[in-house]
Design a protein around this ligand. Sequence first.
Ligand code: PLP
Length: 435
Amino acid sequence: MIPTELRESVPAFDDVRYMNTGASGPTPRSVLEAGQAELESHEWESAGDDGPYPHAFNLYDTVRDSIASFIQTTSEEIALTQSTSDGINRIATAIEWEPGDVIVRTDLEHPAGVLPWERLKQKGCEVRVVPTENGRIHRDDFTDAIQGAKLVCLSAITWNYGTVLPVAELSAEAADAGAFVLVDAVQWPGHLPLDVSSWDAHAVAMASHKWMLGLWGAGFLYIDRAALSRLEPAQIGYRSVAQMSSGGYELHSGAQQFEVGTTSTAPYVALDSAVTLLEDIGLPAIESHILSLAELLTDSIDAERIYSPRDPETGLVTIQVENPDTTIERCKDEYNLVLRTLPEPSDAIRASIHAYNTREDVEILVEALDRIAKWTLSAHSPLIVDYWQGDWVGTSWIRVYTGDKSIRSIRWESFWWTEIESSLTGLGRPGVGDF
Ligand SMILES: Cc1ncc(COP(=O)(O)O)c(C=O)c1O
């Protein structure tokens, strides 16, 4: 099914070459239809059958089983959540924090892995940030930072560089130092094969709307059974307990104690359907397809412009460009390519390559980046008003808006943008408000 049929099953791709799965993966038709059918089944059909509650409870059990087997753990170690941020928060709020407690994170965490710890500063907690370089963690700094830490939070795949962090090694080291290890792994499932138990982390937060190709709203949280004794869920509801009576209640013995009340069943049914789809294609096949296209991309671009590993570890490839916002806009307008900028590194764009991307997508991206780089001025040069090529012997016309607020038409006898740009240097750039 790779990649043509999968691509054809996503109507969103009719008009675009989508390379932004790291943000959100549009859902294949069969997965979306499973979710849609579930809405009717739950809201209408179950009313005359077992009723919506037994229907939903059976379904949550089925989905916990299916996601557990997909990531190679047991259902007792899975809690169904709404998102990765939700999973991270359920852990952050289940720990008893005291002033002076130390939290360690890398400087590459997504806001989902930053904000809960920022808030804990209000309780007097200290947050130590481990520096990284090009998506690689400084091991000595990590070792120093984790001393005396109560919790360590790190990503499995860095969202801005596409590097794979050595999660098992870092988890083992942090656990030895006495810390609770929480991994943000939302960029992993559906992207690379995953054996979550092999990381020996205490908790791992994930969601279905990126590489899993599921709907928004179905997160899942792995919690190591042995780590449950270190946590006390901040919220409680009828889904958290195995039994309750006037005398009290008993929490579920597994991660399910982190579930609370009604949530739509549709995103979870879609997740189950996505698991089947991805397993039918096969995770090793998906991984090798992604890595071969990522390699084609990194091989086709100047080495110094690739911020991700030259030998790709994932389908996330970050590329240095002169004007990221303009590049993204022009990729979309002129080449139908959907990519994104990043807050850090801020002089780059990120391409995400998944099973539905093709060699042609990558070739078009390479061509687009090449042409856009040639025809985009640097931040200090005049602003281009328009340009056109007069003939095939190398004559170009360009109109620029300069620092003295004039618009000049200039004839250039060169195809080489760098030559044109160097001749423009000194004409100045108009300031904000000059228009
Ligand atoms: C590494 C990482 N963590 C967390 C998130 C947020 O995930 P969610 O929307 O499931 O909370 C994202 C993506 O947006 C991400 O890339």
